[in-house]
Design a protein around this ligand. Structure first.
Ligand code: PAF
Length: 295
């Protein structure tokens, strides 16, 4: 692919603002897909979804230091800007916003955005800094890009619900959409971190989707939630998962755990889990709903 086919690149607020202004003048509706790069087909499906909802699409590539704890993989997180730009071009993306850290966090920066409660359960109980870092960077990206619609993957389901809440609470006029999780043929959710898995771990990792699917079927047919989750736990242990940070059945919107023995009827639920395969932490989730019998 020649460079002329690559998306335009903006590295500063002034550059993204100039592009945004051009698009506004041309009456274009702007779609936006925030990413941390190391793009795979899951990200590209988000760009394609954004293109169905907007005239032009910008994607950001920014490995956000604020969402990594000091002991996490910020330094080793995969970075591949050249191939990312080619992939974005092939998906029809017009602009890549690749800001330097100073553009997002100006010297002396002291401001953070925290969506309370939802940020401290599930994933947030294990990564207490994480959602504050995400909400902070996404709010800044929204201020810089001013998108009409932004698309986030359902793979990071808690993140999506928190960002919906943040968008409402801060009054952004951006519409937030979720894009379905893209899976490998054995069901493993695509993730930039799958690159850390050895060949054997990669094979074992497909147990996540199988365990979630079995728990979904059981809960939907009235099996007690605790029993279904215990079975999923056992299946993951048997498949070689080192430890399971959480596996929970929650309300799909508030993310509060369902407390009753069986899932409430006719309410959207979500199974969410995080588990360690070797030194790699994987997350996934699946929708469920126990329907009232229709006679
Ligand atoms: O999902 C991600 O890749 C990141 O958390 C996001 C939304 C781009 C913020 O850095």
């Amino acid at each position: 692919m020649s460079d002329s086919n690559l998306p335009r690149i903006a590295r500063t607020r002034a550059e993204i603002a100039a592009w945004r202004e051009e698009m506004s003048r041309a009456g274009k509706r702007i779609g936006f897909v925030p990413t941390m790069g190391a793009l795979h087909d899951g990200h590209l499906s988000l760009v394609k979804l954004a293109l169905q909802q907007a005239d032009v699409v910008a994607a950001s590539i920014f490995v956000n230091p604020a969402q990594f704890a000091p002991n996490e993989d910020f330094d080793t997180y995969p970075r591949a800007e050249d191939s990312d730009l080619q992939k974005l071009a092939s998906a029809g993306c017009s602009l890549a916003y690749c800001p330097t850290p100073n553009e997002i966090y100006p010297p002396g920066d002291r401001t953070r955005v925290l969506v309370t409660e939802m940020s401290h359960i599930l994933e947030g109980a294990f990564r207490p800094h994480f959602f504050e870092g995400v909400a902070t960077v996404v709010s800044r990206l929204f201020v810089h890009v001013r998108p009409d619609v932004a698309v986030f993957g359902e793979k990071d389901y808690q993140q999506l619900q928190i960002l919906r809440r943040m968008t409402k609470d801060l009054g952004f006029s951006t519409e937030v959409l979720g894009g379905q999780t893209v899976r490998e043929s054995d069901g493993l959710a695509m993730s930039s971190r799958n690159a850390y898995l050895s060949a054997q771990e990669r094979e074992q990792a497909s147990a996540i989707y199988k365990a979630l699917s079995a728990a979904k079927a059981a809960i939907e047919s009235g099996t007690p939630i605790k029993y279904a989750l215990d079975k999923a736990h056992e299946a993951l242990n048997a498949a070689g998962f080192r430890s399971i940070d959480y596996i929970a059945a929650c309300d799909a919107f508030t993310l509060e755990a369902f407390e009753d023995e069986k899932a409430p009827l006719d309410r959207d639920g979500r199974l969410l889990l995080a588990a360690w395969m070797g030194t790699t932490r994987l997350i996934d989730n699946l929708a469920f709903r126990r329907e009232a019998q229709k006679f």
